[in-house]
Design a protein around this ligand. Structure first.
Ligand SMILES: Nc1ncnc2c1ncn2[C@@H]1O[C@H](COP(=O)(O)OP(=O)(O)O)[C@@H](O)[C@H]1O
Ligand SMILES: [Mg+2]
Length: 267
């Protein structure tokens, strides 16, 4: 879709309220084709809502979102067609427990994309290989570790042939020793040129892989720029405080500061 010369994802004046609670207060963000943008920020700042507005799991209250030059917030848009172009990976993997890994990948392809059995299996095989789980094709999700299940969830999203991938804290539910394998798969996807929007607290991943880091707080973008600047040399007080808390919770702990008592993962 870069033939239009436009960014792959364009977010313009995006607002989202739940009742009286204005969760997104005017977000403007462009993500170029092949760009990896990490979104960081405290719990409740609107990160998940932002991702969910991009693939229309939430309907924005105001503003526009374009994906590949198509306005997805247009009321006449074919929502299913839009969602097919956008892969999403959540903190919880949401695999079907009663079917095999391969069937987790083939069923959505057959149902949504109407692919025939042979093609769906071939696509599934290729994507399981891509995430390093070719040998788990016939396993059931419960036989896999959390990290393996998350890699299956990534392979499932990839099997739909998305133009962009959205990740919402994909490693937050994992035991620390399983995080690396999932990040490795994401790093590889980025290297292959996938356009990615990643909500994460993995600062080393952000520094290494992200083209840009966006820091959100209170439903607005407080600061954005190259990772080495936003994470390495933040300009805004709020960004500095947040980073201090997640990079070194103990050092940031101050009397009366309840937020710093939560583990970094949950911030
Ligand atoms: N479906 C919903 N209904 C009502 N309030 C919601 C809903 N989803 C999110 N919120 C509220 O929106 C705010 C931001 O949530 P969220 O986008 O999940 O933040 P983050 O992902 O940064 O932690 C929170 O106050 C949350 O309670
Ligand atoms: Mg969230």
């Amino acid at each position: 879709m870069s033939s239009t010369g436009r960014p792959e994802i364009e977010i313009r004046g995006l607002h989202k309220s739940f009742g009286d609670n204005e969760v997104l207060r005017g977000i403007d963000l462009d993500i170029g084709r092949g760009e990896v943008v990490c979104v960081i920020g405290p719990s409740g700042s609107g990160k998940s809502t932002l991702l969910r507005c991009v693939n229309l799991l939430e309907e924005p209250t105001a503003g526009q979102v374009f994906v590949g030059g198509t306005e997805v917030t247009d009321l006449d848009v074919d929502i299913d067609a839009v969602r097919r172009r956008i892969g999403m990976v959540f903190q919880q993997f949401n695999l079907f427990p009663h079917v095999t890994v391969t069937e987790n990948l083939t069923l959505p392809q057959r149902r949504v994309l109407r692919r025939d059995k042979v093609e769906a299996f071939e696509v599934a095989r290729r994507n399981l290989e891509r995430v390093g789980l070719a040998d788990k094709a016939d396993a059931y999700p419960s036989q896999l570790s959390g990290g393996q299940q998350q890699r299956v969830a990534i392979a499932r999203a990839l099997s739909m042939g998305p133009e962009v991938m959205l990740f919402d804290e994909p490693t937050s539910a994992l035991d620390p020793e399983l995080v690396g394998d999932v990040l490795a798969v994401m790093r590889q996807l980025a290297a292959e040129g996938m356009t990615m929007m990643v909500v994460t607290h993995e600062m080393s991943f952000a520094r290494e892989v992200a083209d840009r880091v966006v820091f959100m707080d209170g439903g607005v973008i407080v600061e954005e720029g190259p990772a080495e600047r936003v994470v390495g040399d933040p300009q805004q007080e709020r960004t500095r405080n947040f980073l201090m808390r997640i990079l070194d919770p103990a050092a940031a702990e101050q009397p009366g500061d309840t937020t710093s008592e939560r583990p970094a993962k949950e911030l």
